[in-house]
Design a protein around this ligand. Sequence first.
Ligand code: ADP
Ligand code: MG
Length: 348
Amino acid sequence: MIEDKNQERTPLSHLGEFALIEHLTKNFKINHASTIKGIGDDAAILNFKDKKVVVSTDLLVESVHFDLSYMPLKHLGYKAVVVNLSDVYAMNATPTQMTVSIAVSNRFPLEALEDLYAGIETAAKIYNVDLIGGDTTSSNTGLLISITAIGEVEDKKIVYRNGAKPNDLLVVTGDLGAAYMGLQVLEREKEVYKINPNSQPDLEPYTYIVERQLKPEARKDIIKLMDELNVIPTSMIDISDGLSSEIIHLCKQSKVGCDLYEEKIPLDPVVISVCEEFKIDSTTVALNGGEDYELLFTISQEDYPKIKANPNFTVIGFMKEAEAGMHLVTRSESQIPLKAQGWKNFNA
Ligand code: ADP
Ligand code: MG
């Protein structure tokens, strides 16, 4: 939030387009045998032999999807990669390559793009994905980033959204609502800063939730773990828009209903206390907050012993016949339809 007045600012016009791309991408390494040709020709060439190929794209637009007043560019680069990889993991696949395309206005100096690419590079290393191309162009207003992630998966291990059956268990990884509450804290600090630019925010008590908002992780570990446990979910999706809407996607595509138990929804203690501070219901936050990038999946009951003792997984409900509908079973045991009014337009 506090701008460093001494930082260097090299106008992008000092470099030609090609020198810029070369400068930004020179530290990236190619690690996968499936990358035959990466950056430098008219197109990249890949070879996946007998594997199936997974492709997923996201487009992020400044002031629609991110706010640079509290999102450092390094984090933005990292997050832009992670949210894409999350979609590949949600197919039970392993990401292997990506392309990164950017449109930038001349408001951004070279140093800003260096920060953005530093974040992209960190994510590429941690998640082991090869940067194989992209496009660079100018924009009249802000910054746009589009990333395409490519991954591989054995045919028989692909998990779609549409395979859930009645009586399957509904399982979620990690905990929910933290990224959304982290955003609330950051927005509050931004307002305070507007009024008093000399205020020093103490974000220490909020470290976990702010980090979940600014530096989310995709659940690469879960894909590996499920492989080791010999579990192939019957359906799966990543949680980008909030638990409620992702459950509805699984149910509609699988043509099943579901009971979700409020008391089972995993919440971090920090989320519970910050919800109290903001006077927001923590269940509502978990259901509608979004940007958790956890995995939501269903498994057949016979696979339950395999995941039972594992702290990464929480069984939060089970699937029913479609006619039964989709419900939240509250702590007081009343049933609230998952698409009921008041639950839905939380973000509007
Ligand atoms: P073209 O004119 O054919 O679009 P470019 O000069 O834009 O080619 O790109 C040259 C090479 O650099 C290509 O391999 C392209 O994929 C890659 N590239 C361009 N922009 C980016 C970027 N922002 N990040 C990574 N690679 C890029
Ligand atoms: Mg180009």
